[in-house]
Design a protein around this ligand. Sequence first.
Ligand code: PHE
Length: 340
Amino acid sequence: MIEQIQKIGNELSGYEFKAVEDTEKFRIQFLGSKGQIKGLYTMLREVPNDQKKEIGQQINALKLKAEHMLDEAKKKLIGTSTYQSKEDLTRPAAKLPLGSHHPLSIVRRDIIDVFKKIGFSISEGPEIEDDWHNFSALNFPPEHPARDMQDTFFIKKGENEIALRTHTSSVQVRVMENNQPPIRTISPGRVYRNEAISARAHCFFHQIEGLYIDEGVSFADLKQTLLFFAQEVFGSSAKIRLRPSYFPFTEPSAEVDVSCTICKSKGCNVCKYSGWLEILGCGMVDPNVLEASGIDSKKYSGFAFGMGVERIAQLKFKVNDLRMYSENDLRFLEQFKSTL
Ligand code: PHE
């Protein structure tokens, strides 16, 4: 028995752990339920009672030594394994959830791309505007209802009025003040109007306005530019029609309808059974506006147009409630992933 204990003791002392797999082999050989130390405890039963205590202590010491060696070896070797995982490491990782662009960003980008193709630059300006750029330079008479408290969010009333811009025509004034023709630019941006929020109106929305000024620019140029735009955005079979209208800053002025793409002009509830959808306002820039911004109205003429991005998005995506665009509801926004 003593010999047996010594033999196992020597084996332990001479044991070399080469790789992490050896720790498990070691455990089975010495400490496992059929291992050598377990065997010694079985043999202990046969030892005469007067020797049991001493031999028992020796076996316990051996067991402690083996456990200690195993712990040390594990500490050293774990992490250095050459062991092949049974997992398939070539399997593609789980997909990361992808975000999506906001529908208004998608439509704004599409519209900008259309006008870029025909040489328009992009101009931006402040959302907080003075009276001159938002109204006066654009030929708004002092008593014009658009200046009224009901339509405009004023920041400062009285002299040198400051307000949130009600349209991006204000940016066009800034462009004209700082550049001489030829000018060909579009101004995308957020605008504000003092309206109660409902499905059909909001206190802020987005516009893209266009301006083209050069020698000899005519109404025919305006019409052709808008037809090109409509066909790029709504498809090559889209038609447009112009109805006379009024804006202080354009003369003559018109409102533009596009043939209803939803019912192919047959009549539906979106076009109110007329076959046409209103999409923008436009006209020839009033000579007063050119002069106010330092452009010679005898030499130059130009056209301007302005559209609501929400309106175009409504027609493209059939979203009828304006509030959806600013509620940040993921169930709504996630539907636009496929348009990336
Ligand atoms: N600024 C006008 C609006 O906000 C749109 C427009 C722009 C109309 C240019 C005509 C010419 O309603």
